[in-house]
Write a protein that binds this ligand. Structure first.
Ligand SMILES: [Zn+2]
Ligand SMILES: [Zn+2]
Length: 302
């Protein structure tokens, strides 16, 4: 071990022992930049998955079957509507009442989330295990004067032809949204703190999945849910979370830079494949490969 990596050890020990972060995530995202990005006063999120068994090159949680933990939605009953709308090539945004679909420019909220969120296996805070996420999202959509919601779990139909078309529309589903809401239970359990928010984001499961870069690049306005003094609190990525251009250097600025780089990083398919290549296969949703196959990512990169 050379001297530069032995300097990292105390930071690495603090991140994994005191802050209870996953060694694999710390290493994959921050790596040698850990001393630059890690704030002194980071508070580990409450009631989270435990990463004691993980090593720097392996995360136990990335081995879960992510598709098996998708949430069931008995609140919605519109398979026919969804299929027909998707087949006609139109956007598949549900109106808030869940009874019809709305088309742009009707204002709606797109959800960017982690697939493991649907599970009740220790991930949800007590008392929220059976919460219907749709109801939760709907309340937020109303607050931002959105009339509909786009969420892959509910807006991508199962029929082959309809599914293919809806998948092709994923980039525009984010582009046309009034806001994109980031939902990650890790972040929802992290207390909001302006100084440490960027670090929390780069350490979140949401940040380390392949999808995120594309959704970030496509979205116009991004909102992130953190833990507030009395329930969830929503912050704006550009206005409240990221460091300002003229801000002095420090952990906040360094972590912010990592987020900004990912956001503008996806410019072509090669780059996307490079990003994907650095991730465990299990964290990449199947729809991602379908997107590559249809060539959508080649033409939609900004
Ligand atoms: Zn882990
Ligand atoms: Zn539901």
């Amino acid at each position: 071990m050379d001297s530069s990596s032995s300097n990292l050890l105390p930071y690495f020990a603090r991140a994994t022992e005191e802050f209870k972060l996953c060694p694999n995530r710390v290493w994959a995202v921050a790596g040698g930049k850990l001393p630059d990005v890690m704030p002194d006063n980071f508070e580990p999120p409450r009631g989270r998955e435990k990463h004691q068994q993980c090593t720097f090159d392996f995360c136990e949680y990335s081995q879960r079957d992510f598709t098996a933990v998708k949430q069931r939605h008995e609140c919605m009953n519109g398979d026919y509507t969804l299929n027909e709308t998707a087949k006609s090539g139109k956007s598949t945004v549900w109106a808030l009442d869940g009874k019809s679909m709305i088309q742009p420019p009707g204002p709606y909220m797109a959800i960017s989330h982690v697939w493991s969120d649907g599970t009740g296996i220790g991930a949800w805070p007590d008392g929220e295990v059976n919460e219907c996420l749709y109801t939760f999202f709907r309340t937020i959509a109303e607050r931002f004067e959105c009339e509909g919601i786009w969420w892959d779990t509910l807006c991508i139909p199962k029929g082959r032809e309809a599914r293919q078309k809806a998948i092709g529309n994923i980039p525009s589903s984010y582009q046309d949204a009034r806001i994109t809401l980031v939902h990650d239970l890790f972040l929802r359990n992290c207390e909001w703190n302006e100084e440490t928010a960027c670090f929390a984001i780069i350490m979140s499961p949401w940040f380390s999945r392949g999808w995120t870069a594309v959704e970030l690049a496509q979205s116009r306005k991004v909102k992130v849910i953190f833990r507030g003094p009395s329930g969830p609190i929503i912050k704006d990525l550009d206005e409240q979370i990221l460091a300002k251009d003229d801000e002095s250097n420090g952990p906040r600025k360094a972590a912010s830079q990592i987020i900004q780089n990912l956001r503008k990083g996806i410019t072509n398919l090669d780059h996307l494949l490079a990003v994907l290549g650095s991730l465990p296969v299990e964290v990449i949703p199947p729809t991602f490969y379908a997107l590559i196959e249809t060539g959508i990512l080649l033409v939609s990169g900004k």
